[in-house]
Design a binder for this molecule. Structure first.
Ligand SMILES: Cc1cc2nc3c(=O)[nH]c(=O)nc-3n(C[C@H](O)[C@H](O)[C@H](O)COP(=O)(O)OP(=O)(O)OC[C@H]3O[C@@H](n4cnc5c(N)ncnc54)[C@H](O)[C@@H]3O)c2cc1C
Length: 425
């Protein structure tokens, strides 16, 4: 079993951007080469900006190369909850932003000719309890009547049309959901950005931002210093000590994934006959999909812990048991890959994008960043050019996590709380 991301292991890298000499200055310095950073760089370069992209590790090394590869419609919170919290008009606009975000991925993939198996498979959301299915009925009604979203309900009696599992109590299908090979997507964005002149530097960790005036900063890295006209932090769940204000506002939660050996076509047709991207209704949810080469990718927040080698292995064992509970047919299937990564949660589970102390940022996708991080790259490029109108998240209050000044000590109690919610909900 390989302890690396299946996506990164099976993608053709864009190139080797290590040991490249840093320029002395740039119009814009972007920190983090995940989907946010790569997409921001590409969109800025399309507009003619001189852009430097700094990555502490390698392109796609963070959550962007480690996720489930699901570009799904809908916010990280349920639609009814968004309506209660923000009012109907605002909730609809936020909901629509996720549809726009999937369109952005589709558009950038087509425009740049990125071969990343993007496919509108549809999203399948599965009810873990009968009460959760009743919640889907209310949700679907509101999504149709307020947002005009074409979601369909699938009662338990018809569930075998969607999934070969005895575990669930009904489902909701949104046809706009898409599957994508995120290793190929990040590599393709890097190729496109580099082709437009973006200077990409891997293994270049930013250690300090020294403000000069306005938006201008000296960006100190372990490879030298660059003078930047503007700086964008695109570090999400990996945000560190260079930006303490931002770090205090992000809860980095480990999410873990196992991938089986390639499965026979008839097994795949039984597990997920329409190859939809799927997740369930628990707080500590499972998510799964079929990979382009017919493996089952199965993920979840197996443990409330950060991701590292030991943690990933323990989580992999827990997830395998979960996978067999959902799909007993896979009791004998081998696991070829197991890895983990950090999800960038915020206290309100909403995206936060804006500017603080002269530094721009877009973070907090709360497990829904494949589409939104790519989309926010386009929005950030407009914002840096002075047009913030497309940044629908700009007026949300971005609250710090009380007592969070360094490593997230609060993950085990938070995990116990969510387990409790899943038992009683
Ligand atoms: C296991 C897992 C499964 C997920 N599944 C899904 C899914 O199916 N669908 C979905 O929509 N979302 C999913 N997500 C969430 C999604 O992957 C993220 O929201 C999204 O990739 C965030 O992209 P990003 O570019 O903002 O950050 P990242 O991809 O995390 O990139 C941040 C980068 O910043 C770099 N960095 C940090 N600090 C510095 C520094 N000081 N100097 C230089 N570089 C630095 C890091 O090395 C990293 O590469 C999942 C996340 C995980 C972890």
């Amino acid at each position: 079993m390989k302890l690396v991301s299946y996506w990164l292991d099976t993608a053709k890298p864009a190139g080797d951007f290590r040991r490249t000499e840093l320029p002395a200055r740039a119009d814009v310095v972007i920190v983090g080469a995940g989907l946010t950073g790569l997409s921001t760089a590409l969109h800025l370069a399309r507009d003619g900006a001189d852009v430097v992209l700094l990555e502490a590790n390698t392109v796609g090394w963070g959550a962007s190369g480690r996720n489930g590869g699901m570009a799904t419609p809908g916010l990280a919170i349920s639609f009814p909850k968004a309506v209660r919290r923000y009012g109907a008009d605002r909730a609809v606009a936020m909901f629509q932003a996720y549809n726009d975000a999937i369109d952005t991925v589709e558009d950038v993939v087509a425009t740049e000719g990125i071969d990343c198996s993007f496919e509108r498979t549809g999203r399948l959301t599965l009810a873990c309890k009968p009460s959760h299915y009743r919640g889907f009925e209310r949700s679907a009604e509101q999504m149709r009547s307020l947002a005009g979203q074409d979601v369909q309900l699938v009662p338990r009696s018809r569930l075998s049309e969607e999934i070969g599992s005895p575990y669930y109590h009904g489902a909701m299908v949104d046809p706009l959901g898409a599957a994508v090979h995120v290793g190929q997507l990040t590599a393709g964005l890097a190729t496109a950005a580099a082709g437009r002149g973006v200077s990409i530097h891997e293994q270049s960790r930013v250690v300090e931002l020294v403000r000069r005036d306005g938006y201008s900063h000296d960006v100190r890295t372990d490879m030298g210093t660059i003078r930047a006209g503007q700086v964008v932090m695109a570090t999400s769940g990996y945000t560190g000590s260079a930006t303490p204000w931002l770090r205090r506002r992000i809860v980095p939660i480990g999410s873990f994934i196992v991938v089986t050996e390639p499965l026979d076509q008839d097994v795949v047709a039984e597990l997920l006959p329409k190859r939809r991207v799927a997740s369930d209704s628990n707080h500590l949810l499972y998510y799964f999909r079929i990979t382009p080469d017919n493996r089952l990718l199965f993920g979840g927040r197996a443990r409330f812990a950060v991701s590292n080698r030991d943690s990933d292995l323990k989580s992999g064992r827990i997830l395998r048991r979960g996978m067999v509970k959902v799909f007993p047919q896979l009791a004998g299937a081998g696991i070829d890959y197991c890895w983990g990564g950090l999800v960038d949660m915020t206290l309100d589970q909403m995206v936060h994008a804006g500017e603080h102390d002269g530094v721009f940022y877009s973070v907090g996708y709360s497990g829904h960043g494949v589409q939104m991080a790519t989309h926010m790259g386009k929005v950030m490029a407009q914002m840096l050019g002075g047009d913030a109108s497309a940044n629908i998240w700009q007026d949300l209050r971005f609250r710090a996590v009380p007592g969070h000044f360094g490593p997230p000590w609060f993950l085990p109690p938070a995990g116990a709380f969510f387990k409790f919610l899943d038992r009683v909900s």
